[in-house]
Design a binder for this molecule. Structure first.
Ligand SMILES: [Zn+2]
Length: 230
C-alpha cells in the first residue's frame, strides 16, 4: 500500500511515516491501529500512552489549515478508528474478547457454568430467585432468612472467580510467548488454546452476571411495582 498523499510505501499504520497524513483504516486491526504487537498482557499506562501519542498526531484540529475536505475526512476517520481500537483493547477481558473475534472464534461463545460451581449452580439460582422475589415484594422476613445461605454461596463464587483468574493468567502467558518475535502477525497457538479461551470467556460472563445478581440480592432495597428502586 502507498500513502494517498505522498505515494511513499506504507507499513500497516494509521499515519504515513513520511508526510504524517492519516491513512485509510478499513484494513487495520485494533492492535495495528495502535501500533502494538497483539499481546494480551499490556500495561494499562502503556496502552494509554500509545493511544495519546497517536491521538495528538491525527486530531482533526491539526489539519484545518489544509482546507482540503479529503484531509479532514481522513483525519476524522482515523480519530474514530483510534478511539474504537482503544476502547476494544483497554481492559484485559475486552482484549481477549477482541482476539477471539478477530481470529474468527467469537460465534462459539456461550455463557457456561464453571466446573467448580456445577453442583451448586442450581442452588445458587434458586436462592437468588427467592431473594429477588422477596425484594420486589418488600418481604423483608423472607429476604433476611436467606441472607446467610446467600453469603456462603457468595464465598464459593468468589473462589471460582479466583480460580478463573489463574486460568486466564496461563492463557495470557501462552499467547504472549507465541507472539514472541513475529510481533505484527497473529501468533501460532494450538486449537486447544482457542477452545480453552472461549470456554474461559463463557465462564467469566456467567460469573460476572452471577456476582452482579448476588450483590443486588444482598442489598436490601425494596423494588416498587413499576420495577424502580424506592
Ligand atoms: Zn505520506
Amino acid at each position: 500500500m502507498k500513502c494517498w498523499n505522498c505515494q511513499s510505501a506504507l507499513d500497516e499504520a494509521l499515519l504515513c511515516a513520511r508526510c504524517g497524513m492519516p491513512q485509510p483504516t478499513e484494513f487495520l486491526g485494533a492492535f495495528e491501529v495502535l501500533g502494538l504487537a497483539p499481546r494480551l498482557n499490556w500495561d494499562a499506562a502503556e496502552l494509554q500512552r500509545s493511544y495519546e501519542q497517536l491521538a495528538q498526531k491525527c486530531h482533526p484540529d491539526l489539519f484545518w489549515a489544509h482546507m482540503d475536505e479529503r484531509v479532514l475526512t481522513a483525519a476524522r476517520r482515523a480519530m474514530r478508528t483510534l478511539n474504537d481500537a482503544y476502547r476494544e483493547l483497554r481492559d484485559p477481558i475486552g482484549r481477549l474478547r477482541y482476539v477471539l473475534a478477530a481470529t474468527g472464534h467469537s460465534r462459539e461463545l456461550t455463557r457456561t457454568v464453571p466446573d467448580g460451581l456445577q453442583e451448586s449452580a442450581q442452588i445458587v439460582d434458586r436462592v437468588l430467585r427467592t431473594v429477588e422475589k422477596a425484594r420486589s415484594s418488600a418481604d423483608r422476613e423472607t429476604w433476611e432468612a436467606h441472607q446467610d445461605h446467600l453469603a456462603s454461596l457468595q464465598v464459593q463464587v468468589e473462589k471460582a472467580q479466583e480460580h478463573s483468574e489463574s486460568v486466564r493468567a496461563g492463557l495470557v502467558v501462552e499467547w504472549d510467548n507465541a507472539v514472541g518475535n513475529a510481533p505484527m502477525a497473529w501468533p501460532q497457538v494450538s486449537d486447544g488454546w482457542y477452545e480453552q479461551a472461549i470456554r474461559w470467556l463463557g465462564e467469566r460472563e456467567y460469573l460476572d452476571a452471577l456476582t452482579t445478581r448476588m450483590h443486588t440480592g444482598r442489598d436490601w432495597q425494596e423494588v416498587s411495582e413499576a420495577g424502580s428502586v424506592k
